[in-house]
Structures are given as structure tokens and as C-alpha cells.
Design a protein around this ligand. Sequence first.
Ligand code: GLA
Length: 434
Amino acid sequence: MRPSTLLLACASSVLGASWIAPGAVWYDTKGAKIEAHGGGVVKRGDTFYWIGHASSNQTPMLYTSTDLINWAPQGAQASSVTGMWRPKIAKPNGSFWLFGQQDRYVLSLKSSNQIGGYGQSAKVYIPPNSYSYSDTGMFYDDSTQTYYLLTSADHNIVQVNRINSDGTLGDKVSDLRAGAYEAPGIVKADGVYFLIVSGKTGWRSNPNKVFWSNSINGPWAGGSDIAPQAQNTYNSQNTFELTVAGSQKTTYIYMGDSWDSKGGASSNYVWAPMNINAGAHTVTIDYHTMWKVDPNTGVVSYPTTLKRYEAEHAVLSGRTVVKDCSNCLTKRSVHGVRDASEVTFHNVTGTGSRQWLSFHYKVNSPEAGEAHIYVNDEPAVNISSLNSLAGYHTSTPVQLNLRAGDVNTITFGATGGEGFEVAVDGIELFEEDE
Ligand code: GLA
């Protein structure tokens, strides 16, 4: 490596990613894929702590960040604890606590440090003793009280329990008996409590719902969608809601898991701001392909385009044809992309390290085939392995390592069954904002 290349590489691992892109593969500050599934986030001082389970063995994993984008891995938190699903950090008092579900019991771990050294404190069924628990969640009420949210595996009841000031699990304060729901999270806005839950469809995403109450003690009412039904909550399942109370604005963030077919390593994360109308008792996801929130001001922003590479100006092969496209930027796109019919973009600008770019393309049926790319002389990669939402929206952001300068070649292709149709609009690059 030449010294200048080395410098660039170091700088990039410090600066890292600058946007939250729901569904895309997210990397930690050391370059590994983030493993914090079914997780939750708590802020102490200027630091956000993201705890979640490892997809391989469900041991609790911790990451820290000051901007909700660049996450430093703090490793596994309990040396021998596995099979602990959906861990959450309880607001510590004296000790530090992790709560989760193991073998359908409530498991709590305790440490004298915030990072590392957690060991089992209790593993209990909580009253009613006949219930077994599945998905669990947590809610911090105005940073003073902490509540544990439980889903009974066998009774279809979502319940809210107090976490006592000594860290132990306390009494039930309310429950939701409205059907088969799981994956609970609560957010409070303008005095109204909102309980977000998913349906029970295993790893497959479904339209998640919101219930509301004027008190944490219930009763819970409502049951409206948090996203258009056809989106299946942007292919995700709720795990936690985070409130960023900034100097200019309070931003409420939906955090969901975009599970693969078995909750495995290719599962990703879908985070998005929420629009909350406390008077109308509605919560809806404000979906954007890329966004971020300033943790100090609470203001949400979006990237601006640096450049676009239009497919109709690229090198076309095989049976591709340029057609009109009313939703495309230049009103034209390239149809018929598949097998030996490809679109090759030359001279794409790279930074020499990992960067965001977005592929604008449309498929007629995301289940019927796969779009893929070749970057320079690297092997083909399916776009769906870089972003869980690939094929479902017309703009799909991914992080790629491109060479520095206007020297990159990206070929876009597709393979699929009879009738699978891909139309490529172009590639978008974004302004570096740091
Ligand atoms: C639900 C839960 C997940 C997992 C799967 C297993 O989706 O939310 O945490 O337990 O079921 O099917």
C-alpha cells in the first residue's frame, strides 16, 4: 500500500458511514457487519448504547456511538450466556442490567460495569406463573422509570411490567389483549403512550400496528397500521422505539429487524423517523431510503445528490432497450436487463473507501429474480445481499468499496424466471457531508 492510500483508509475507518439506510448492510467502525438483532438503544451522557443478540448464538452484543451511525463494537457482554433473544439494557441503578428471553423465561443479567462482565441474576416465569414468554421489549418513561414489555407465547397477551429501582422485575401495570401480537415497543409523545407490536408470522414481516393509552397503566386502544399494509412495515418487525430529544426538535425513531428467512446473519435493520399525531392517536413511519438525525438538535436530514449516471447513457448490451419512464429523472430508462443483456457504467467516481451509492431500478416482481452488479473485476453480487429492500423500492442504497477517482466500472445485470423484468434508471452518488 502506498502511504497516501494508507492515510485514506485510516481516515475512512474513523469517519465511516454518514447515513442511516434502512435495510442496507450496516458495518461497525472496524468494518464487520453489525450483529445486534432484536435490540434496543439507551443513551447515557453523549453515548448511545445499542444492545442486541448475535444471529449465530443469541449472545448479547453491545455497540456504542455518539451519532447513531458510526457504531464501535464492544463485543459479547456475557461470557457464557447464549440463546438470549431480544436483549435490552435496563436503566441501571447501582448495577447494570440486561433483560431478555431465554427458553421462554425472563432472563436478567447483571454487571458492575456498563460494558462487559454480565452474569445471570435471575431466570424466572413472572406471575401469572403459567405463562411462558416470547418476544420482549423495554421502555424508558421520561428517563425515570423503566418498563419491561413481554409477550406471552401461549396466551397472546402483551404485558407491561415495572422494573424496580433495584433492577429486579416488578409488577404488571397493564396488558393488551387484542389478538396475536409480539415484538412490543413503546414510545411516549405529547403525554400519550403508543405501544407498537407486530403480528405473529414468525420471521416473515407483517403490517405492524400501534395501540395507544393516556397512561402506562392502560387501557390500550386502537390498532392502526404504522405503514401502508403492502409494505409489510418496510419488510421489518418492530424491536424498539428511540426518542431523540434535541434542542430544536424531538425525533421519534422506529427500530425494526429485517429478518432473513431464519433470523440469520443476513438479517438487517430498518430504522426510520416516525410521524406521531398524539391527538389523532396515529403513528406512521416516515420512510426515506437514507437519512440521519442530529443527536444534539434532533433535526432529521437527507443526502444531496452529487452525480447521477443515467442508464440510457451507459453501455448497453444484448436485448436491452431504452424506453420512456414517467418516474425516472430523465424520463427514460433501460428495459430488458437480464442474462446477457446488461448495462455498464464507466468512469464512476469512487472515494477509495466504503461509500454510499444508490441503484435506481425497478423490477416487476421482487420474488421472481435477482438483480446483481459487478464492480470492476470483482465477482457478481446480488443487490439483495447488500440491502434487504432490494427490488421493493425504486432507489436502493448500498455501501461499496470503489477505487479513488473516476475509474470504476459497474455492470448491472439480472437473472430470473420467465417474465422477470428489470428496468434500470441509473446510479446516484451523494455529497460527502463531513
Ligand atoms: C417471531 C419473533 C422472532 C422469532 C421468530 C421465530 O418473529 O418475533 O423473535 O422468535 O418469531 O419464528
